[in-house]
Design a protein around this ligand. Structure first.
Ligand code: UDP
Ligand code: MG
Length: 318
């Protein structure tokens, strides 16, 4: 019998976890030939998530959990789940039922066809705010134009992956993780399954606008140095323009003598260049801050509790 681990990051999901288990269990129970195990990762929830998880684990032996010492973010929670998974296939899914468990049989069919990855892709963004959809679309456009790692529009983290793909993902041990890009970066063939966006079964989204903005910057800087090149190109272009301007002014001065007015030109040039310099320094800073965070080599997460037998000591690093 083949095994499947369901990795579920949970942060403040006390309202939905029981329903999540019920709904998923209904689907999973009808699948024959595979045995399932849940790896619920409590990402330092501040509500009763952990006690709900423990309650589930007490009555269902296939429910395992990992609990963090504080909130480390969804990326860290997914990474921890993948680190502790040892099944033939691993499914990553959200706890809020926005990733329909009914798709699991189709995912299994996909891996049986020989795909290393079967991933869900939203065919609509119904129920999501217009502004969020708009920015999200722009992000994909921008990021795909700048980076060699192309991300599929509408792709979500919900996917089933083979053991070898999971192992490849774990080799990318960067602290600032951007899974959407990592999934694409490791390669392997992906089968896409479209689905309609569903609203949360309860509770609230953890994403603020600012949070999504930072996520987008992370996505671009993790997989592309195009912004740095853009800054160099910009510098070069401005220098060329300045050079031409200087030559023209010199000639004018030689022919017509010194022209006194020039306040507006000087001021605009100073302000414009100042802006460009600030912008460039900002972009450099983004990359430097990433180098800084990576060189610290801190663990990606810290475990507080788990009911898995083998407790690993190499927390968050492999
Ligand atoms: N999540 C997490 N840690 C966090 C934020 C979210 O583990 O810091 C989990 C959350 O419990 C859920 C999933 O990540 O299972 C997706 O979160 P959410 O539903 O808030 O995001 P959205 O669906 O709105 O993109
Ligand atoms: Mg959600």
């Amino acid at each position: 019998m083949k095994t499947i681990d369901l990795v579920v990051p949970c942060y403040n999901e006390e309202d939905v976890l029981r329903i999540f288990y019920q709904e998923t269990d209904k689907v999973v129970r009808q699948i024959s030939g595979y045995s399932f195990r849940y790896l619920l990762v409590d990402d330092g929830s501040r509500d009763k998530t952990l006690s709900v998880i423990k309650e589930l684990a007490a009555s269902h032996p296939e429910v395992k959990y990992l609990s963090f010492s504080r909130n480390f973010g969804k990326e860290a929670a997914m990474y921890a789940g993948l680190c502790h998974a040892d099944a033939d296939y691993v499914v990553v899914m959200d706890a809020d039922l926005q990733h329909p468990p009914a798709m699991i049989p189709d995912m299994i069919a996909g891996v049986e066809e020989g795909f290393d990855c079967v991933a869900a892709r939203r065919s609509s963004r119904k129920g999501e705010s217009r502004i969020r959809s708009f920015f999200s679309r722009q992000f994909y456009k921008l990021s795909n134009r700048m980076s060699d790692v192309k991300m599929a529009y509408g792709a979500v983290d919900f996917r089933m992956m083979s053991r070898r793909m999971v192992q490849a993902i774990l080799k990318l041990s960067e602290v600032q993780r951007f899974s959407k890009g990592i999934f694409m970066w490791v390669g392997f063939e992906t089968k896409w399954l479209p689905y309609e966006n569903v609203e949360r079964a309860g509770g609230a989204t953890k994403w603020s606008f600012w949070g999504l903005f930072k996520y987008a910057i992370d996505g671009i800087t993790s997989f592309s140095v195009a912004p740095l090149r853009m800054v160099s190109a910009l510098g070069l272009i401005i220098s060329l323009i300045a050079f031409v301007y200087i030559v023209i002014t010199l000639i004018q001065t030689l022919i017509f003598g010194i022209a006194v007015p020039g306040y507006v030109t000087t001021l605009s040039a100073v302000l414009f260049l100042g802006g460009i310099i600030e912008f460039s320094v900002g972009i450099l800073g983004e990359y430097i801050s990433r180098i800084y965070m990576e060189t610290k080599n801190r663990p990606i997460y810290i475990l507080k509790q788990t009911n898995l037998e083998e407790e690993r000591t190499d927390e968050g690093k492999n």
